[in-house]
Design a protein around this ligand. Structure first.
Ligand code: PEP
Ligand code: MN
Length: 451
């Protein structure tokens, strides 16, 4: 057996992204506070393990080889604290149900990945917004600032990153408990940013003094391939947008045996459509880690640019390493996707193609409510399958924002028949999510298209 080349040269090190142009970062008021938090994060135990990350890489290689399908979903922006833990429990149940449904129709395993245990920081189209005549920093997710339109809440606070770490740790413990069928591992924790300040200095005993790969949890959420070639679904792998590099960078750890660097804040990090420029910090950061990585591709993406991105992120053309998540919009996909597929195929990169039918279909109602219409999302998924099938490629999966609750954030179905119904239960911290009914309609459509 030939040993594949290492994904990252051992000479790489996690701050290698520094010095490259970086977008979408908060203006932290005090650099000393940021340094205190990042130093602390670097000493805390990893949240995932290199061996689990390698398992997800192998699972995604099977997707790329048409032997499995991916379902990725969750909130646009995750809450902090106990709500995140109960939210993860609900996502585990609902995404599990969708995965089972799709899997039964396809007769293939569905690799199920939550947008959770770290899906906090958000890229925004503007750095400031005007509220009641005052200019305020925009809300950038709960590991940066608060959503309340007030200076106190909107001023970025780096200690929120520690709250995010402890929240993610408890979410992962909960997922592990669910996957292993044990009692809830829920434990009260330090999610309050003020308490996180205290804990930063008083809980030294939790530190892994060697900054090593030691993790508190492992072996949760997975689609396990059994020895007889079958598979068993046990739960959720985790993913989030690797946006806030002050949070991600200290959670990279080096495998002492192979020298590879792993991002152990999650299993599958992705970067967004706004931060995927070759030469920029986010691409340099992903280039250096050995995890399977994903990139969102929006309507502005040029084929040549995406090929350069593939070359930087997947130089060894390794199956499972790179997923391209298309969010081209129902009205743009047929025109744009074929050229992207042709270019990537010619360049020889074995990517997983996924569809995010959410982010290219966001609209604002006449009364200023951000929403999405289920019909547009179903249309985009339909076209995605159609185009890829027509080109002889495997439509590898879907990426959804879904609430696991009866929210009224997207239009479609019986509960939100029209835009005027959106006010009833609009709870998202950021983008509008599918409710259960809408998610099941989407699941049925995906199951039908995938066979
Ligand atoms: C998101 O996934 O919430 C997001 C901001 O996506 P994109 O980068 O595709 O806009
Ligand atoms: Mn979103």
């Amino acid at each position: 057996m030939t040993v594949p080349p290492l994904l990252t040269p051992p000479s790489w090190h996690s701050p290698a992204w520094r010095g490259h142009p970086i977008r979408q970062q908060p203006q932290w008021p005090d650099p000393d506070e940021v340094a205190a938090v990042t130093d602390r994060l670097a000493l805390l135990p990893a949240l995932t393990t290199a061996s689990d990350v390698r398992s997800v890489l192998a699972a995604l290689a099977r997707v790329q080889n048409r032997e499995a399908f991916v379902l990725q979903g969750g909130d646009c922006a995750e809450p902090l604290g106990p709500t995140a833990v109960t939210g993860a429990r609900d996502k585990h149940r609902v995404l599990g149900a969708v995965a089972e449904r799709v899997s039964t129709c396809l007769d293939l395993p569905v690799v199920t990945i939550g947008r959770l245990a770290g899906q906090f920081a958000k890229p925004r189209s503007s750095a400031v917004e005007e509220v009641a005549g005052r200019r305020l920093p925009v809300f950038r997710g709960l590991t940066v600032n608060g959503p309340r339109p007030h200076e106190d809440d909107r001023t970025p606070d780096p200690y929120r990153m520690l709250s995010g770490y402890y929240t993610a740790r408890n979410v992962l413990r909960e997922l592990a408990a669910l996957a292993h069928g044990t009692a809830s591992a829920f434990a009260p924790q330090t999610w309050d940013p003020a308490a996180a300040r205290e804990v930063a200095w008083n809980r030294r005993e939790e530190a892994a003094p060697d900054g090593s790969l030691r993790s508190l949890v492992q072996g949760y959420g997975q689609t396990r391939w059994t020895e007889d070639g079958g598979w068993r679904h046990t739960g959720l792998w985790t993913s989030h947008e690797a946006l806030l590099l002050d949070y991600e960078s200290p959670l990279t750890r080096q495998d002492p045996v192979t020298g590879e660097w792993f991002l152990l804040s999650t299993h599958v990090p992705w970067i967004g459509d706004r931060t995927r420029h070759v030469g920029d910090a986010h691409v340099e950061f992903l280039a250096g880690i050995a995890n399977p990585v994903a990139v969102k591709i929006g309507p502005g993406a040029e084929p040549a640019e995406i090929v350069r991105l593939c070359r930087r992120l997947d130089p060894y053309r390794r199956p499972g390493r790179l997923t391209l998540i298309c969010r081209l919009g129902a009205r743009g996909l047929r025109e744009r996707l074929p050229a992207l597929v042709t270019a990537v195929r010619r360049a020889g990169h074995p990517v997983v193609w996924m569809s995010d039918p959410m982010h290219g279909n966001t609209t604002t109602t006449a009364t200023g409510v951000k929403t999405r219409h289920l019909k547009d999302m179903l249309d985009e998924v339909t076209d995605f399958f159609d185009v890829l099938r027509g080109m002889g490629e495997w439509p590898g999966g879907v990426h959804l924002e879904a609430a696991a609750a009866e929210v009224t954030e997207c239009v479609g179905g019986t509960r939100v028949a029209r835009e005027s119904d959106l006010g009833e239960a609009y709870e998202s911290l950021c983008d509008p999510r599918l409710n259960n009914e809408q998610l099941m309609t989407m699941a049925d459509m995906v199951a039908k298209l995938a066979v």
